[in-house]
Write a protein that binds this ligand. Structure first.
Ligand code: LER
Ligand code: MN
Length: 265
């Protein structure tokens, strides 16, 4: 496989054991729970890094990076400052666990409040992303803007909007995360949009249309992986799905589906 396959879950002893038994070599951890620079010291972060590596699993990305209650666009200057400070420190925390990508999802945090003029809201998000670019460069961590569906955010729903923003930020450290589950809802043509995003994609989330693991819904993963091959994507792909009562079984199933898709390419 051309891609490092990983799974979005907390780096706990139990989860890492499941991953290593199935042969996964990578994990994507929830940033607000396991990297939060306002809560964790360097020693705490070292513990997470060492725990993961003791199972032969590396941290390839972090998602859900902002804690609940964060707002980059709020009318409160205090809240906006908090987002900026957190973003900067989060890049440092990511580098402590050698996590190369931070997924800039967190739809609520970036949503523009009803009472805020849209242009102002966009400017405020841009300010956070400029900080991300600066911190990303300093700590060698890339942020991937993740287009999210309209029920999760009113700021950046499509690849086209993410590309515009990437151009505005103009940094090698702020690029795109492509989440195929969201893209099938928001894009006219998933494959065409992936081709447009091309080399700007630094990270990928995989799930089926019903939020379950690949193969449990209707997405054509043969076609999808062929497309990632054609655009020359070489980064990590994380299964970000509901794993239900038996995560081991679901992941084993997904692994088979994805292996078959790769061999059909
Ligand atoms: C939420 O739907 C999602 O896809 C996460 O990656 C957000 O960070
Ligand atoms: Mn996602």
């Amino acid at each position: 496989m051309n891609w490092t396959l990983s799974v979005c879950m907390q780096a706990t002893e139990e989860n890492l054991k499941i991953l290593s038994e199935l042969g996964f070599k990578a994990i994507e951890i929830p940033g607000w729970l396991q990297l939060n620079p306002f809560n964790f010291s360097k020693t705490d972060l070292k513990r997470i890094r060492e725990l993961s590596s003791s199972y032969g699993v590396s941290i390839v990305a972090s998602n859900i990076i902002y804690p609940p209650g964060f707002s980059h666009t709020s009318e409160s200057e205090h809240l906006r400052r908090r987002s900026i400070e957190y973003t900067y420190k989060l890049a440092e925390a990511a580098s402590e666990v050698t996590c190369p990508v931070l997924v800039w999802g967190s739809g609520k945090a970036r949503s523009i409040p009803f009472e805020t003029v849209r242009e102002k809201g966009c400017e405020r998000n841009l300010e956070v992303l400029k900080t991300a670019a600066k911190a990303g460069e300093e700590f060698n961590v890339r942020f991937g803007i993740e287009p999210l569906p309209k029920n999760e955010t009113n700021f950046v729903n499509t690849i086209e909007e993410a590309l515009e923003l990437v151009e505005k930020v103009n940094s090698d450290f702020v690029k795109i995360t492509a989440d195929v589950r969201h893209m099938i809802r928001e894009e006219y043509d998933l494959v065409e949009s992936l081709k447009k995003a091309g080399g700007e994609i630094v990270h990928v989330h995989l799930a089926d249309n019903n939020s379950r693991v690949p193969g449990r819904g209707i997405i054509d993963f043969n076609r999808l992986l062929k497309c990632f091959g054609e655009i020359g994507y070489r980064g990590a792909m994380s299964i970000e799905a509901r794993l239900g009562e038996n995560p081991g079984e679901e992941l084993r199933f997904a692994l088979e589906v994805l292996k078959q898709s790769v061999s059909s390419v």
